[in-house]
Design a binder for this molecule. Structure first.
Ligand code: NAD
Ligand code: UDX
Length: 463
């Protein structure tokens, strides 16, 4: 089957960048990206590509090249479904906040709405691709909705999970470690798999395109995120032991990472992992394991989350303890609010939880982040519902200038590893702070010797 028209439902952190790269690499395919959120679509269509809703290095240029040629952003979901041969579903699948599985299971209401809309609108055969991260066996539910509510046309369901990481999305999409496509083992299923393989083959080498059955593909995505997050919790567990024993976690990470069986990536101790995926996907995995009665499997993976929560709390407790057991009315400046560098995404960022703990201790938090909007910072705190919005607003202030943010502070906490923090004039910052001037480096980003030479009391994670 020659593919000339595809669409993607959901213009978020995955749908937007993924489709932009497909459009750039496949000029012969018309790509429509649709979303219910009119404001988001308007931002994707903003003439100035600096105003697209997602900050990702390199993304603006790709959108600028393909948009209006074969890449279109719109709110007309029905039209996009009707015209497309392949429909990607890339909507959000957050942790449920109500009912059975609250706080653990994935909320599939947006997925089901998409399936019902596709069934209602489609008048010819379609390939439906799960791009969102989903519990294993979701394809079965989608198929059942499509077959029972559709117009008698044929649907093939494929699983094609996305492995991009934010901040490096464009590079990850241009040079993926692998593309995973799961589908039915029937003849029709294999044809659908081949159609999607052919799309990726426009730029991805054949040996990097892996095909499996649907269930393996769905489960591989949850497994990959669980393994990645587990490495961070493992090194963070060691960071606490390093602090007690005089070992240095950076040295330990280097030493073990040189073992090719372990590998050196993803061994950076930190204030704890954040982001929209790791916690959500592990909780989902734990829920699935429990639903099959596999309690030991569930407990094993849940420990990754328990360790991560401990690491975040440990960081804020250490600040309070070091500042003579009280931070009441003390200004503590956060450098960074995003969950990692090179993104404006703050979902599940460790900074939110550390701020919440310190505000409970009556600290006054000042925040500087190069890419996160002030409103977002307050919204993130309010979302926790720990205290009133007015109380949050009086406890946190946001700055557009890092030096101003640090002025008169008792301590600085580095929450995101933005490169620019390294090159600041730290002497100037020191001179403007209360003394002793403390730096708590939650990312092991800054140079300890340099800061100590200036006069800072400097503490890193795991040393
Ligand atoms: P997101 O919240 O940024 O985007 C989802 C978009 O879907 C929103 O703009 C929302 O308005 C839209 N939407 C929801 N229901 C809709 C409907 N019925 N019709 C049209 N639009 C609808 O989410 P995201 O970060 O892009 O994640 C999407 C999926 O991809 C999730 O399942 C996530 O787990 C997975 N994923 C995310 C990442 C990541 O780095 N963010 C990486 C890999 C996989
Ligand atoms: C992750 C997966 O990496 C990606 O494959 C998947 O598609 C989506 O989830 P993302 O959450 O965007 O990507 O970023 P990632 O680079 O994995 O970082 C997640 C969190 O872990 C960040 O808060 C980061 O700072 C933290 N981290 C990462 C560490 O603390 N130490 C590390 O060594 C690596």
């Amino acid at each position: 089957m020659k593919i000339t028209k595809i669409c993607c439902i959901g213009a978020g952190y995955v749908g937007g960048p993924t489709m932009a790269v497909i459009a750039q690499k496949c000029p012969q395919i018309q790509v429509a990206v649709v979303d219910l959120n009119a404001e988001r679509i308007a931002a994707w269509n903003d003439e100035n590509v600096d105003n697209i809703p997602i900050y990702e290095p390199g993304l603006g240029a790709i959108v600028g090249e393909a948009r209006g040629r074969n890449l279109f952003f719109s709110t007309d979901v029905d039209k996009a479904i009707a015209e497309a041969q392949i429909i990607f579903i890339s909507v959000n699948t957050p942790t449920k906040t109500y009912g059975k599985g609250k706080g653990m299971a994935a909320d599939l209401k947006y997925i089901e709405l998409c399936a019902r809309q596709i069934a209602r609108v489609a008048k010819d055969n379609k390939i439906v691709v799960e791009k969102s991260t989903l519990p294993v066996r979701t394809a079965e539910a989608i198929k059942s909705i499509l077959d029972n509510t559709g117009n008698g046309v044929q649907f093939q369901i494929l699983s094609n999970p996305e492995f991009l990481a934010e901040g490096t999305a464009v590079q990850d999409l241009l040079n993926p470690d692998r593309i995973l496509i799961g589908g039915d083992t029937t003849e029709e299923g294999e044809k659908a798999i081949q159609a999607l393989v052919d799309v990726y083959a426009n730029w991805v080498p054949a040996d990097k395109i892996v095909t499996t059955n649907v269930w393996s593909s769905e489960l591989s995505k949850l497994t990959a995120n669980a393994f990645l997050a587990q490495r961070i919790s493992s090194i963070n567990a060691m960071s606490e032991l390093c602090e007690k024993t005089g070992a240095d976690v950076n040295e330990v990470a280097k030493a073990i990472g040189m073992d090719s069986r372990i590998g050196s990536k993803f061994l950076k101790a930190s204030v704890g992992f954040g982001g929209s995926c790791f916690q959500k996907d592990i909780l989902n995995l734990v829920y699935i394991a429990k639903s099959y009665g596999l309690n030991e499997v569930a407990d094993y993976w849940e420990q990754v989350i328990i360790m991560n929560d401990h690491q975040k709390r440990r960081f804020s407790s250490n600040i309070v303890q070091t500042l003579y057991n009280t931070v009441s009315d003390k200004k503590i400046t956060f450098l960074g609010w995003a969950f990692k560098k090179d993104t404006n995404d703050t979902r599940e960022s460790a900074a939110i939880y550390v701020a919440d703990d310190l505000i409970n201790e009556h600290a006054k938090i000042a925040v500087y982040d190069p890419k996160v909007a002030n409103k977002k910072i307050l919204d993130d705190l309010n979302y926790l519902e720990t205290r009133t919005a007015a109380s949050n607003a009086s406890s946190i202030s946001c700055f557009t200038d890092p030096y101003e943010a640090c002025q008169n502070a008792h301590a600085i906490a580095v929450l995101t590893e933005w490169d620019e923090f390294i090159t600041y004039d730290w002497q100037k910052i020191y001179d403007s702070m209360q003394k002793p001037a403390f730096v708590f480096d939650g990312r092991n980003l800054l140079n300890a010797a340099d800061l100590e030479a200036i006069g800072f009391v400097y503490q890193a994670v795991g040393s």
